[in-house]
Design a protein around this ligand. Structure first.
Ligand SMILES: C[S@@+](CC[C@H](N)C(=O)[O-])C[C@H]1O[C@@H](n2cnc3c(N)ncnc32)[C@H](O)[C@@H]1O
Length: 410
């Protein structure tokens, strides 16, 4: 499948299809992913003829996953639609509000051009008679063609904000002063948008994935902690929970969120709800002994660590993480049909010099909710946040991470 949306934490299509093919599922199976990200599980499962559902709290990821359902047979409409979108954008009035998120990096005509392109996609492919931004309902029912163009625009803004990315691949800074703001002409923005669309077309031409029936895949903006069991009833759940390495999945998509109209208050709200983000809740959570022995030991060691903020910020943020994962595993167990299976890909990490054995923690939490471990395979992970935090070298010389594929049954 064409991967248009570069995503730090993405699964490979081959991995997903090999798990699905070896799972011995009944025909017409339902396969779900509560942390769907760029949607590799849902698109691969649907292309293999299954019904699939995917949830993610980040609307940008739901749009990216929708774009993954795009069929090559729709390719012929892309070039004329691109021309329509650009000519309609050229005719739009300036509609940039003073608190528009695009202003975080851009000034002048460039900022207006990005917003005009977004308005034009919305008017042509979503709703001609409204002037609001995409609502959650509109995102959930977005066509894969509309999602294709939103992703084209995401790639355009990402390309321009490249100078604002940090060594941590999931962190994007905002411009601090007027001098730092990017000044672009209208034509430069439109030209880059057309180039990104062309690159997406080229990638799709080389793609030989089977046709997808878009009705076979339901994508929702939903928290894994709040799954509605009947809608998510599944033969197989295949997922990768958010890492416990303070990857901030909201900051990683800050420019894309700005494109779909997120202002700072919306952004802060989303960030608080995402598992693993670097914010901590105002109300302290309680440690739950049911999280298991490995988790209890880890939290005890973290709390006693002499480094700054261990007892405060870091303890609280880890409580938040484990609380949400525990709740999500309970929902996963409930969503599985009686003979259902669940495959989770989990990466371990370190807090300073303390091993956060997320694999054992997940196994113990899952077992508490009635999920039995059938098989475990460990791999050395190439994508690993320890490599990008220079501070880690103070504690360990060889920052490697292990990724485990855990297979559970009910
Ligand atoms: C490790 S990534 C999943 C990657 C995915 N397997 C792929 O191939 O792209 C975790 C995802 O969980 C999402 N997420 C974080 N907290 C969530 C929550 N409470 N409910 C649902 N999704 C959440 C993040 O937005 C992120 O996209």
């Amino acid at each position: 499948m064409a991967t248009w949306f570069p995503y730090y934490a993405g699964f490979s299509t081959n991995f997903v299809s090999s798990i699905i093919n070896s799972a011995g599922l009944p025909s017409n199976s339902t396969i779900g992913d509560p942390w769907n990200g760029s949607g590799t599980t849902t698109s691969t499962a649907a292309r293999l003829g299954n019904h699939s559902w995917g949830g993610d709290l980040n609307p940008v990821m739901v749009i990216a996953a929708k774009a993954g359902l795009f069929n090559k047979s729709d390719l012929s409409c892309i070039e004329p639609l691109t021309a329509d979108i650009v000519s309609n954008a050229l005719m739009q009035k300036n509609v940039l509000n003073h608190d528009d998120g695009i202003r975080n990096w851009f000034k002048g005509t460039g900022a207006h051009a990005l917003r005009k392109l977004e308005r034009s996609i919305y008017k042509i492919l979503v709703e001609p008679n409204q002037s609001s931004f995409l609502s959650n309902e509109q995102i959930e029912s977005l066509s894969s063609i509309a999602a294709f163009f939103y992703v084209g625009l995401f790639r355009t803004i990402k390309r321009f904000v490249l100078p604002f990315t940090a060594s941590n691949p999931t962190w994007i800074k905002i411009a601090k002063s007027t001098e730092e703001h990017i000044n672009l002409s209208h034509s430069k923005v439109y030209q880059h948008f057309e180039e990104e669309v062309s690159l997406m077309i080229e990638a799709l031409k080389e793609d030989n994935s089977p046709h997808i029936n878009i009705g076979n895949s339901e994508l929702r903006i939903r928290s894994s902690c709040e799954m509605h069991t009947a809608e998510e009833s599944s033969d197989l759940i295949l997922s990768s929970p958010p890492y416990c390495t303070r990857i901030d999945y909201a900051v990683a998509t800050l420019p894309e969120l700005a494109i779909i109209g997120f202002r700072i208050a919306d952004f802060n709200l989303l960030r608080k709800k995402l598992i693993g983000s670097s914010t901590v809740p105002k109300h302290a959570l309680e440690h739950n002994p049911n999280w298991g022995e490995t988790c209890n030991e880890f939290l005890r060691a973290l709390y006693q660590h002499p480094s700054k903020a261990s007892k405060t910020y870091y303890y609280k943020s880890h409580l938040q993480y484990f609380h949400s994962i525990f709740l999500s595993l309970e929902k996963i167990e409930r969503a599985l049909k009686p003979a259902g299976a669940c495959v989770l890909v989990v990466q371990d990490s370190y807090y300073k010099d303390i091993h956060n054995d997320l694999t054992s923690i997940t196994v113990e939490m899952a077992s508490h909710h009635g999920l039995r471990l059938k098989r475990r395979d460990d791999f050395v992970s190439e994508k690993n946040m320890a490599k990008v935090h220079p501070e880690i070298r103070k504690y360990r010389n060889d920052p490697i991470a292990t990724e485990s594929v855990l297979c559970f049954t009910k």
